[in-house]
Write a protein of this length. Structure first.
Length: 190
């Protein structure tokens, strides 16, 4: 027991000496730095080159990202620009009392190429979403989301065919106080 106590005391004395030396070194460095506080800290001679290299790497990465984004946008636009007939999947559910505002068309929606049919319905968004919910079929996955804020309603109902991976989505939006629901039916263009 006495031996253990002596070993612990020796370790404590040795560690205290080491801390004192570190403290003295730190105090000396602080004192030296405080002698002339307006003098900038010495710079590593390689620091400017490292900064230059880092900026070059950042510029290169940004250029690559910009080129990739332009390439993706061009590919999406090429899908939209294809000539010929276009239609939503034949299994697309009907929208009650829907009046199209134009023909089915290819469009870029949020940068994604889609087949789009827009129009209106006098029915409330919830009624339209409920009608689409009735389409439920075991071979289709189904999702319904949306929001209502300040009496403005925006509902989404989508179906995906598990056999051929086609998808269709309806957005029903009605602003507060409006009597008409704006409806957009879309499907990814592949």
């Amino acid at each position: 027991m006495l031996r253990l106590f002596l070993c612990a005391a020796l370790a404590l004395v040795s560690a205290t000496r080491g801390f004192a030396q570190d403290k003295d070194d730190i105090d000396a460095q602080i004192k030296k730095a405080m002698e002339n506080p307006n003098k900038p800290a010495p710079k590593n001679p390689n620091m400017k080159q490292m900064e230059k290299d880092a900026m070059a790497d950042i510029a290169k990465a940004e250029a690559e990202d910009k080129a990739e984004a332009a390439k993706q946008k061009a590919a999406a636009q090429a899908l939209v620009d294809v000539k010929g007939p276009v239609s939503l999947p034949e299994w697309t559910p009907q929208v009650p009392q829907f009046t199209p505002s134009g023909p089915v068309a290819r469009k870029l929606v949020d940068g994604e190429p889609k087949i789009v049919l827009a129009g209106t319905s006098p029915l409330a968004p919830a009624v339209l979403a409920d009608a689409w919910d009735k389409f439920a079929n075991p071979k289709f996955s189904h999702e319904r989301t949306g929001s209502e804020m300040n009496h403005s309603v925006d509902l989404f109902v989508s179906f995906r065919n598990g056999e051929d991976n086609t998808e269709v989505r309806m957005e029903a939006e009605r602003k507060a106080g409006a009597k008409i629901t704006h409806v957009t039916i879309s499907s990814p263009l592949k």
